[in-house]
Design a binder for this molecule. Sequence first.
Ligand code: MV4
Length: 450
Amino acid sequence: MFKKILIANRGEIALRVIRTCKEMGIKTVAVYSTADKDSLHVRFADEAICIGPAPSNESYLDIPRIISAAEITNADAVHPGYGFLSENSKFSRICTENGIKFIGATPEQIDGMGNKAQAKSTMEEAGVPCVPGSKGLVKTTAEAKKIAKKIGYPVMIKASAGGGGKGMRFIPSEDELEELMDSAKRESAACFGNDDMYMEKFIEEPRHIEIQIIGDQTGNACHLSERDCSTQRRHQKLVEEVPSPFMTKKLRDEMGQAAIKAAKAVKYEGAGTVEFLVDKHRKFYFMEMNTRIQVEHCVTEEVVGFDLIREQIKVAAGYKISGKNYTPQLHAIECRINAEDPINGFRPSPGKINELHTPGGHGIRLDTHVYSGYAIPPNYDSMIAKLISVAQTREEAIAKMKRALDEFIIEGIKTTIPFHIKLMENETFVNGGVTTKFLEEVEFDYSDMK
Ligand code: MV4
């Protein structure tokens, strides 16, 4: 087992990893920017090294500085968390070349999944259902028109280097194709320095359902059931839950088997997520594979009953997984609490937390790095807490979440708490009818809130 892990991240996930390391008797090294000198991950780690100023490019994304910190402190492994360098193949490679175990995917797996057109081909070959569309890249608009005509409009054109909706366009008919494909190419070139495109048939009002998988160094892999992440706004997830209210035993089994095929096809080691689009007929299609621990891993932990960070560390150290798949026995919901004002278009609201009262009680978990008096820096992601409720049924989990949101007091900044209170009372959400289109269409009325 590792003796000392450097956590190349900040915020709640850095704290999350430190907690598990402590429980496992592994020493921890925090790295931090000057903006984070008063952060809890700095205080709770065994050692902490300042790696630069507030901008991520000069701190949490600066590979040489992080490798130096690992060498100075004699860390034998690095946990990258999510975001930052977690899916950076160069970082994964440099860690390995320096004799530091990267707790995550290999450079080949990161690049293979980062290239979305290639990832789709790999999955198709492995027998994972994919959305009908182009075989690989679409080079010209003439070729695009030919393929679109064959699969039928509407279609989606997607950037191969993309993800999170960047460089993606909905094309209703041939008339708009040329203009939309050109603009997608320009956006992709500007964002990713690459304008490769592929095409898919448009899936109407899909749900975003992902499968958590874990693989070990012997090539064995299992799934830990699904997470429904359909409650998104502009490709930002706001709520995740398991089981999906749309799930059936048969669908879980089929999606789980497809996700295991996906993992085995790339000999996946560690924790990963296979994302699917699910249409109204419960047909599912591979969308992307994430080669990292995700923000929403906690809901899975609550329903399967084990610590995913611990499992990640164990497989990275060479332990074998049991190979058994999991069916959720409980219901868990996560609300992302962001320092954003939902009443004003989710505008960022960094600043000092003057007063904080955190919820607790039966079935409530709160993962956060904030405390009373903490100043949220404007430089990073706006997520400040993850509130998770766990209960026997969905109805009870919603009731618990509502109760916990009402107890949650954060003064000095605006947060997404009012949004979540409204969502927990929304008929479509309560009925389990949320698709990825829901938050594009609904506008909550906050006038009755203080
Ligand atoms: C789609 C789609 C419909 N049909 N692909 C959005 C982000 C990117 N990862 C894939 N996305 C979509 N791809 C086809 N063929 C609809 C979306 C989509 C979406 C997917 C997941 C979660 C939220 C979404 C919001 C809008 C569109």
